[in-house]
Ligand binder design. Sequence first.
Ligand SMILES: Cc1cc2nc3c(=O)[nH]c(=O)nc-3n(C[C@H](O)[C@H](O)[C@H](O)COP(=O)(O)OP(=O)(O)OC[C@H]3O[C@@H](n4cnc5c(N)ncnc54)[C@H](O)[C@@H]3O)c2cc1C
Length: 365
Amino acid sequence: MNSEVDVAVIGAGQAGLSAAYYLRRFGVEPESGFVVLDHAPGPGGAWQFRWPSLTLSTVNGVHDLPGLGFAETVGVDPHDPEAALVHASSAVPHYFATYEKQFELPVHRPVHTRVVCARGERLRIETDSGVVSARGLINATGTWERPFIPRYPGAESFTGRQVHTRDYSSAQDFAGQHVLVVGGGISAVQLLDEISRVTTTTWVTRRPPEFRDEPFTPEIGRAAVALVEDRVRRGLPPGSVVSVTGLPVTPAIRAARERGVLARQPMFSEITEDGVRWADGHEEKVDVILWCTGFRSSLDHLAPLRLRGPGGGITMTGRLATQVASDPRIHLVGYGPSSSTIGANRAGQAAARELTRHLGLPAPT
Ligand SMILES: Cc1cc2nc3c(=O)[nH]c(=O)nc-3n(C[C@H](O)[C@H](O)[C@H](O)COP(=O)(O)OP(=O)(O)OC[C@H]3O[C@@H](n4cnc5c(N)ncnc54)[C@H](O)[C@@H]3O)c2cc1C
């Protein structure tokens, strides 16, 4: 791996691969001009770790990376009935592996970035495979490795099992146990649907969930992205998009509703030794608390750069809010408004374009 490059990309998920594709396209040489560092064992970004029941028919949709179609690469159209048999955790890694090869992207793995520091004009990227010095950085480290569990009093005293979405493998793991599912997002509803087929469940959310019966329109998508974009431009943490998009009512969700599984209760106020207690004093015994409470951005390795401001987030600027306002050499992609597969694509392009310009690298064509 070259130790001096113009641009280092950290992360080879949808966002990092899109950025790498456009860096190439904008004339930055692979290896001598830029490298991609990823600490996962294989291609696929976070998709390689997702649970087996997440199939091409239950994902929201994996958008094509620039220049290569997903459906033709994996040989299955997500709308075909057989998509229900294809695990996202194998199809997406296959797609990304083909992509990396086809566009000769200089992905180095497994390379773990421990920390990034500023050294004058350059950035020093310390990895477990040596130091890389770069003039610019595109950070694309996603959220999968920062599962978020809110704090509730009594959590340490609970004698049952506490797990996060990230630990989920199969509903069968909970057979015979009473499972409390926490969270109002799509993952919570999907896992609740699966688990409630094999055992008893309770569902709690902070706010009443808003189900959306009508199809997801581009306007709804744009409104969600605009809200998050506005927050990061003001230096606030990105926040959740479900409040804007609502929960799509799929046939599986409709069936779960009819089974009475989606009777939601408000959040409990504390965790007890063997369950949870609500503010009005009533208690429920549970064996497992499944926290479907989302993720935060994996940005710990950037801590020495002190990018966070008083708002608790990183103030972002640039056309698609990928550029760090306080340090224009750094772009965050797959962060905030670009944390979807389609957003990651666009962000990769915007970041590659703006960074190559900023560094005076070959002009984008
Ligand atoms: C359960 C679930 C389902 C989802 N379904 C959809 C969907 O259907 N459609 C959709 O558009 N979006 C979906 N999303 C969101 C979607 O996954 C992301 O928006 C997108 O795939 C993330 O791409 P990414 O490149 O930002 O991150 P990732 O895919 O997480 O890639 C980040 C990469 O960075 C690497 N990395 C992290 N830290 C380091 C480090 N310190 N050093 C080196 N490498 C590092 C990781 O190994 C990883 O390969 C889903 C998210 C979840 C949690």
